[in-house]
Design a protein around this ligand. Structure first.
Ligand code: C5P
Length: 230
């Protein structure tokens, strides 16, 4: 068949990654985690000793970053200059500063070019053999792939998103764990939303609210939309 591009945006804790990996896996599509590319870029800047307040230095470091992205939904991989950064980019050292890189417009342009290229590779062949790709992030439906076959905004109430991240980071969602998570979720979304709007659905973008859905139900809801174009 013809390749399909599925674009999914949403805030932190909306369940994007878990949902998109499963959707890609079940339909034989590649999975592109663009947030991980921003995280890898941040790791690289820190590794290179770049001052994150120096916009020129950040832009230059990102431009020359030797990043290799693996798009297998069963195990997405990220290597920078040969180092597997898959684990390191999930740590709070990265999460707390990643917005500084993501709000650098030249860094965004560079990573955006690479993301468009990775999507194009999957349309022509690539990991998916030309079946296509599920790409998720903050600006995929609007900036990176506005012409995608499926465009979704995955949302959830702030309360639910905080509880999910707290469980992910602390293994539970008690009051203290939720408070400890609030900065990472709420502040990061506020900073990120100064350069990209992922809190409201653009024209033609379908909203899936997962507040009252579990993971499997959310996957089913997204698959229902994807299957309309497959
Ligand atoms: O999705 P995840 O939480 O891993 O994204 C990490 C960060 O990458 C976000 O907080 C945001 O700063 C940035 N990002 C972005 N545009 C995207 C994807 C992620 O600015 N398309």
């Amino acid at each position: 068949g013809t390749p399909v591009v599925v674009a999914v945006d949403g805030p932190s804790g909306s369940g994007k990654s878990s949902v998109c990996r499963r959707v890609a896996s079940r339909r034989g599509l590649a999975y592109l985690d663009t947030g991980a590319m921003y995280r890898a870029a941040t790791w690289w800047c820190l590794e290179q000793g770049v001052d994150l307040d120096d916009g020129d230095a950040v832009a230059e470091a990102v431009r020359s970053m030797p990043l290799v992205v693996g798009v297998d939904p069963a195990g997405p991989t990220f290597h920078v200059d040969g180092t597997d950064v898959g684990e390191a980019i999930r740590g709070s050292a990265i999460s707390t500063v990643v917005s500084r890189v993501a709000t650098n417009l030249r860094a965004r342009a560079e990573l955006g070019d690479r993301q468009r290229h990775l999507i194009a590779v999957e349309r022509d062949g690539g990991f998916s053999g030309g079946r296509g790709v599920v790409a998720e992030g903050r600006d995929i439906t609007t900036v990176i792939a506005p012409d995608a076959d499926v465009r979704l905004l995955l949302t959830a109430s702030e309360e639910v998103r905080l509880a999910r991240r707290a469980t992910e980071l602390h293994g539970q969602a008690g009051a203290a764990a939720v408070e400890a998570t609030r900065d990472q979720v709420v502040r990061r979304d506020r900073e990120d939303s100064t350069v990209v709007d992922f809190l409201t659905a653009a024209d033609g973008v379908v909203t899936v609210d997962s507040s009252t859905l579990d993971l499997e139900e959310t996957v089913e809801a997204v698959l229902a939309v994807v299957d309309e174009v497959l």
